[in-house]
Structures are given as structure tokens and as C-alpha cells.
Design a protein around this ligand. Sequence first.
Ligand code: FMN
Length: 149
Amino acid sequence: MNILYISISGNTRAFVKHLETYAKEQHQLNPANPMITSKEISENSPFEIENSPFFTFVPTYLEGGNGVDNGDTEILTEVMREYLEYNDNYKKCLGVVGSGNKNFNYQYCLTAKQYSDAFKFPFLADYELRGTSVDCQRVYQILKNSLPN
Ligand SMILES: Cc1cc2nc3c(=O)[nH]c(=O)nc-3n(C[C@H](O)[C@H](O)[C@H](O)COP(=O)(O)O)c2cc1C
């Protein structure tokens, strides 16, 4: 399973690395369990055409508004949106996993939900900050179940 992710302060990176380790363990227990490879997208990433299906992981950075009646603006993660738009890469995306901080209430994980709406791929799961081991196990199962047969 391939993951594309963006991480500004390191939480998403830590969670994805945790997922990779967990997937490796699961694969060793049973080779039918898929391993995970990941690619970090950042301001400096060359844009590439994605030829294999992947999952997108995006944290939430919004400024202004409350997302309900006066809008909100995505900051810092826009390069992920641009990467998905590049050469229709989004068509290879099997779904998005969002992260954020529940203190943001309605805006919790809103960027992932906005990507799901804009690109028409499913919003698969959410977790807070760096996630927990339970989140890791839960998200791994969801990704696995979202693979095409
Ligand atoms: C300026 C700023 C704005 C943020 N806005 C939101 C938000 O609107 N909704 C949310 O759920 N989390 C918000 N967060 C929390 C981050 O999404 C959260 O810390 C996340 O784990 C960061 O992931 P990263 O370390 O991979 O960049 C915000 C954090 C910062 C610093």
C-alpha cells in the first residue's frame, strides 16, 4: 500500500512511520497483510505522475473564518492539493485520512473532508495529532479494506 503525505510539524510523518512499522510486523505474521511504502510531499518535491494507487494523508491548517458561515483558508498544505491536481494524480487516490486537533471543533480534519469533496475520493478515517497505537491498528485495517480486490 502506498501513502502520500504532507507534514508541517512532524505529527503526520510520525504516524505514517508508525503505520509502516506496524504493517511490516503484520506482514511478517501473515504475508497476506500488505506492507506500506510512503512518500512525503513538501514545498520542494518534484511533481511526478503517480502510476500506482495510493492513499493521501493530510493534516489540517486553516486560517480565518470558522468553516461554517464565513469560510476558511487552507494554509501550508496547498502543495498536496496541487500535487493531487497535477496530471490528474487524484484519480489514483483510493481515499484520504485526515488529522488535526479536536480543539478546532467543526474544523477538525476539515482539509481532508474538503479534499474528499473536491476530488470525489472517500474520507476514510481521522486521528488526532500523532495518533495512538489503537489509531494505527484501526487505520491500517481501514486502508487494507479499501484496497481494490
Ligand atoms: C496554525 C495552525 C492551524 C491549525 N488548524 C487546524 C484546524 O483548522 N483543524 C484541525 O483539526 N487542526 C488544526 N491544527 C492542528 C494540526 O492539524 C495538528 O497539529 C496536526 O497534527 C499537524 O500535523 P503535522 O505535524 O503533520 O503538520 C492547526 C495547527 C496550527 C499550528
